[in-house]
Design a protein around this ligand. Structure first.
Ligand SMILES: Cc1cc2nc3c(=O)[nH]c(=O)nc-3n(C[C@H](O)[C@H](O)[C@H](O)COP(=O)(O)OP(=O)(O)OC[C@H]3O[C@@H](n4cnc5c(N)ncnc54)[C@H](O)[C@@H]3O)c2cc1C
Length: 392
């Protein structure tokens, strides 16, 4: 019998397992495949290396000191965070995920690879564990607390009764590739391209010759646009192609995957002895699609709630609710709500408001300041800010 069984060893599950194991609890960390490279841009916020995983410095990842953002009409806005001394990094997700998985294992968590969780074990109408499919047949893992961390396609999240399957208009769909070859990208900048559809494209340099390129749609535009087509269009757009002008680039890897676009469903985070964390719970920032940081935060705080519950011998939602009531989780939820409220405004008139916003920011320093605070510091823009865009 484990204290905690965690389904999914991505960033959320691995962080959760690490904290629990470090505090002396017996943890089973169940993973379908440690060789799976999660489709992702690999943009990792500065807080991850400074606060959660200082060990990442050993890998000497590519550090970013700024972003170049473009509207659909290619109005450009650059921002450098160099003087703040913070370092966001870009990583290959296969390397990142295995690195933080190993941190959890080194802390004492037991990792079970090649295990696909597919159902709960139910006893006396209580969920007491997880059933998995493995190459050697069905296995069972009993635990006092069960944590669902197996991402967007989580079957357990739905079977737990905490939430329904995602609707197509609640999600984003994105595709990306890692390409290798001579390119003229600025190596310490991320490139973000807003498009006419709800969604955006990106190019993130990974090393001298490698870069991650991708794009995606969200909400109702998932149904209006074909993902493969917009990905090809994005790669071949002359404004994008100028950075990698050779006729052929080595494709290291390509993949596509959904992500939540509506933020966290607050009511569906906990029930007696069960918690949902990371993508499975919607911890992805609407608009930007940043999910690694919020997922790791959710994993950490769920672990702290589980520790409190196990120590007080009360694993009911009375104790576990400290997870969803935690100030950091509340802050993430507030921030996601703000982003969602801005989506319609940004993309009305096929993204023209973003064109106007970047155009205005070119000549108006105060306005530019507000745009930066909104994108990079989660500040809510003023009413005048919106009025100025509409009036232009
Ligand atoms: C195309 C794309 C680009 C993105 N780019 C960025 C970016 O640049 N920066 C950023 O911060 N975020 C980005 N995101 C979001 C980010 O990838 C996620 O928010 C983050 O990976 C969430 O972590 P997680 O641990 O919750 O879930 P996941 O990373 O999805 O991990 C879930 C884990 O569970 C395992 N698993 C799944 N099903 C089962 C099962 N049945 N049994 C056992 N194990 C299972 C998986 O193998 C995986 O290891 C992107 C998302 C997409 C789709």
């Amino acid at each position: 019998m484990y204290d905690v069984v965690i389904s999914g060893a991505g960033p959320a599950g691995s962080r959760c397992a690490e904290i629990l194991a470090k505090n002396g609890f017996k943890v089973a960390l169940i993973e379908k495949n440690v060789n799976w490279r999660k489709p992702c841009g690999g943009g990792v916020s500065a807080r991850i290396m400074s606060k959660y995983y200082p060990q990442l410095k050993e890998l000497n990842p590519l550090r970013l000191n700024g972003a170049l953002m473009f509207s659909a009409e290619y109005y450009k806005m650059g921002y450098s965070w160099e003087e703040q001394g913070t370092d966001s990094i870009i990583m290959d997700r296969l390397e990142f995920d295995n690195f933080i998985r190993n941190v959890a294992v080194d802390a004492g968590a037991e990792l079970f690879d090649k295990n696909i969780s597919f159902d709960f074990i139910v006893k006396d109408q209580k969920k007491v564990g997880i059933r998995t499919k493995t190459p050697d047949g069905v296995k069972e893992y009993l635990g006092k607390i069960i944590i669902i961390a197996d991402g967007m396609s989580s079957k357990l999240a739905v079977k737990s009764g905490l939430r329904e399957r995602w609707k197509i208009e609640d999600i984003g769909l994105a595709k990306c590739s890692i390409l290798e070859g001579e390119n003229n990208l600025e190596k310490n900048k991320m490139y973000l391209y807003f498009r006419r559809y709800k969604g955006y494209g990106w190019i993130f340099p990974i090393s001298e010759k490698r870069f991650n390129i991708g794009c995606g749609t969200f909400a109702e535009d998932n149904l209006k646009y074909n993902l493969n087509q917009i990905f090809d269009d994005f790669k071949n757009d002359p404004n994008i192609k100028q950075y990698f002008p050779l006729s052929k680039y080595k494709e290291i890897w390509t993949g596509s995957y959904p992500l939540s676009a509506i933020g966290v469903l607050e009511k569906s985070l906990i029930k007696d002895n069960i918690m949902i964390i990371g993508d499975a719970a919607g911890f992805v920032s609407p608009i930007s699609g940043e999910g690694i940081h919020p997922s790791i935060v959710s994993g950490q705080i769920a672990a702290e709630a589980a520790i409190q519950a196990l120590q007080s011998n009360d694993i009911s939602n009375r104790t576990l609710k400290s997870y969803k009531q935690h100030p950091y989780i509340k802050k993430i939820l507030r921030n996601f709500k703000l982003k969602r409220s801005m989506v319609e405004f940004f993309y009305e008139n096929n993204g023209k408001n973003l064109d106007t916003m970047f155009k205005l920011a070119k000549d108006d320093i105060d306005f530019r300041d507000q745009v930066i605070k909104m994108f990079f510091f989660n500040a809510a823009p003023s009413k005048e800010f919106f009025a100025k865009i509409r009036a232009s």
